[in-house]
Design a protein around this ligand. Structure first.
Ligand code: SAH
Length: 359
């Protein structure tokens, strides 16, 4: 069964022609699926009934089911979905005053095994298809704005859910292309950020893409010794290789564009004054001081042996970086109480007790 959400406009045309249908039907179907975000052919009442029935036999526009929806006290929503073969998929809706962000997953589970991340506990279940990636976004948009209602301009998309996007590179890029189509969701690359743990060869490949989203690189340590421990992927590509790739990527940016490093702050582990200076020094060594640093205080969970630093220490870390000429921002935790914050997607159905206990 062909999942139509994973087909680009030209692939959909091929498919439609293959069914012996005229070309203009393809445009109608593309708009139905991506612009009106309809997940059943029955609702595409601009198509004749016989055609809807024919499509029903050959294709689908809905392979994910929503198992549960969790709403945080801060308005963040987490959707726990399942694939047709029973794998968990999670997406998060994060409203702010100025814009809404949708965070989607690129894989079910994750293979990376970062020590501070709850998703790691799932292991890698499988890569998601391009259609499953697009469908997550559509499900969230429909829930938030209603089916058939145009996607508000300014909706941001981040590939920061479960999984390592660069270990599912071609499906990710394809999904982003489909979602950027002006006759569909029309979420342009400038509104999208892809986060990688540091799959170095893919950073070079990504740099070559013509219509490219923004990039974020998860760093979280300024020495190989510590990063090896926190993020085992560092044993494959170390900091020197990673930052060399980051520098090459930076060279391809247009004026005014920047990329981001993410640094998860772990209390007593990587948050000292000396470590802030070490980080600034590392960026200076690689001539990367123009990159932006997003500091993410650790989001705790019962199975994780880490805790966030005090608010004072977070501020100190940021100020030391700034004094060294590095621009640093603190990412406000969102949806911690419902396992929706960074590093908390682990297919949970219950609330986060650690957070509720105020730890
Ligand atoms: N695998 C990719 C995409 C995930 S993005 C990557 O690592 O970049 C999720 C972000 O949340 C990453 O920057 C990751 O380092 C961070 N993160 C993981 N666990 C976390 C936790 N418990 N608290 C705060 N941030 C966490």
């Amino acid at each position: 069964m062909q999942h139509l959400m994973g087909l680009s406009r030209s692939e959909l045309t091929e498919f439609v022609l293959g069914l012996g249908l005229p070309r203009y039907r393809s445009d109608q179907i593309f708009r139905g699926v991506h612009e009106r975000r309809l997940r059943s052919f029955e609702q595409m009442t601009d198509l004749p009934k016989s055609l809807r029935e024919q499509l029903e036999q050959a294709a689908t526009a809905a392979t994910l089911t929503v198992e549960s929806k969790h709403i945080s006290t801060d308005g963040t929503r987490r959707y726990l979905m399942k694939t047709h073969d029973g794998r968990p998929v999670e997406a998060v809706y994060i409203p702010t005053e100025s814009r809404d962000t949708i965070c989607f997953s690129s894989q079910s589970g994750c293979a990376l095994n970062c020590d501070f991340c709850l998703t790691a506990k799932l292991g890698l279940l499988r890569n998601l298809t391009a259609g499953e990636i697009v469908e997550q976004t559509i499900i969230v948009l429909n829930d938030v704005y209603g089916e058939g209602v145009e996607t508000p301009h300014g909706t941001n998309l981040v590939a920061m859910g479960a999984g390592e996007p660069f270990q599912n590179f071609s499906n990710l890029i394809k999904a982003l292309e489909i979602m950027s189509d002006e006759h569909g969701l029309f979420i342009v690359p400038g509104r999208v950020t892809v986060s990688t743990s540091g799959i170095v060869p893919k950073i070079y490949e990504f740099a070559k893409l013509e219509r490219r989203p923004n990039l974020a690189i998860s760093l979280s340590a300024a020495t190989d010794e510590l990063r090896d421990r926190l993020m085992p992927i560092n044993k494959r590509w170390n900091l020197d290789e990673l930052l060399t790739a980051a520098k090459e990527f930076e060279k391809t940016l247009k004026r005014g564009e920047r990329f981001t490093f993410e640094y998860v702050l772990l209390g007593g582990v990587n948050d000292s004054d000396a470590q802030a200076r070490e980080l600034a020094e590392l960026l200076r060594k690689h001539d990367l001081r123009r990159a932006k640093i997003n500091l993410i205080p650790h989001n705790p969970a019962e199975q994780l042996d880490y805790h966030p630093p005090t608010a004072d220490q977070v501020l100190r870390f940021k100020e030391i970086l700034e004094a060294e000429g590095v621009s640093a921002y603190v990412r406000t935790p969102r949806g911690r109480d419902i396992y929706a914050a960074c590093g908390q997607l682990a297919a949970k159905s219950e609330p986060n007790l650690v957070q509720l206990a105020g730890v």
